[in-house]
Design a protein around this ligand. Structure first.
Ligand code: ADP
Length: 248
């Protein structure tokens, strides 16, 4: 077995009503270091709810979530933010870059609240941009970059703190097909280098890049193993194809 990065035990989220909405029903799921996971589901199925929980942007109403071995229940706001900044890199559909900051500055800002010693930050940011193929555009403003390049800056920003988990929310949703293919190839390469990646998407072409397919429907998670469709995900994960590679 690999090293768990995410362990969900009965994790649930009900929005208070009236009437209450059970947006995520009690879910068990283990995601291991080196996994490449797509979560797909139609609009209203609970994808954003799961994304917010996994990204420590929301708190569950039931169950537990261990991230990289840390039980996130009972963490105060500051500790949750600290854990998120240190262990999770998030890539959003809309990039969320600061428009008047260069690519390098956008990546540098992600290191503001972590432990990276000051003199190491600039080389780390430059190296992250180099790793996504933008080593020659360090001083470019986002307004002068293509959508695909902006998303690669956002990926560099997500990677710069060597996260345990790269969490992607519709990462190609704002891109043309050529840029989308470039971004997905980059994510494939990052996974091959050992990064643990979870992509939330409604796009089957994007989901096709992952090696584990999890569907969400009416707040219920189920995993496709190729043999059968299952619930009780902790069992199903034992069958999935995955590497046990460490993080790159
Ligand atoms: P998706 O991202 O797949 O479109 P969501 O996670 O946004 O799905 O929503 C799942 C369900 O929870 C939907 O029925 C939605 O209407 C409901 N929901 C989402 N956010 C809230 C909220 N803040 N309050 C009440 N209901 C919500």
């Amino acid at each position: 077995m690999g090293v768990p990065v995410i362990e969900l035990r009965g994790l649930a989220r009900t929005y208070p009503g009236p009437p209450p909405v059970a947006a995520l029903r009690p879910a068990d799921l283990v995601i291991y270091a080196g996994d490449y996971v797509a979560v797909t589901g139609p609009s209203g199925s609970g994808k954003s709810t799961l994304l917010h929980l996994l990204g420590l942007l929301d708190t569950p109403t039931g169950g537990s979530y261990l991230l990289d071995g840390t039980d996130t229940a009972g963490l105060g706001d500051a500790d949750r933010s600290g854990l998120r900044g240190a262990r999770i890199g998030v890539v959003f559909q809309a990039f969320h870059l600061l428009p008047y900051r260069t690519a390098l500055e956008n990546v540098l800002l992600a290191q503001l609240y972590n432990q990276t010693p000051r003199p190491a930050r600039l080389p780390a940011a430059a190296a992250a941009l180099d790793a996504v193929g933008l080593g020659h555009r360090l001083d470019a403003l986002p307004t002068t970059l293509s959508g695909g390049e902006c998303q690669r800056v956002a990926i560099a920003r997500a990677l710069v703190n060597s996260p345990a988990l790269l969490l992607c929310d519709e990462p190609t949703g704002n891109l043309d097909s050529v840029s989308a293919a470039t971004v997905m190839n980059l994510l494939d390469q990052l996974n091959a280098a050992g990064y643990t990646i979870v992509i939330i998407t409604h796009d089957p072409a994007v989901a096709g890049h992952a090696r584990r397919a999890i569907a969400i429907s009416d707040g219920v998670l189920s995993e496709r193993t190729g043999l059968s469709e299952r619930t009780g995900l902790s069992e199903a994960t034992g069958l999935s194809d995955r590497t046990e590679a460490g993080r790159g």
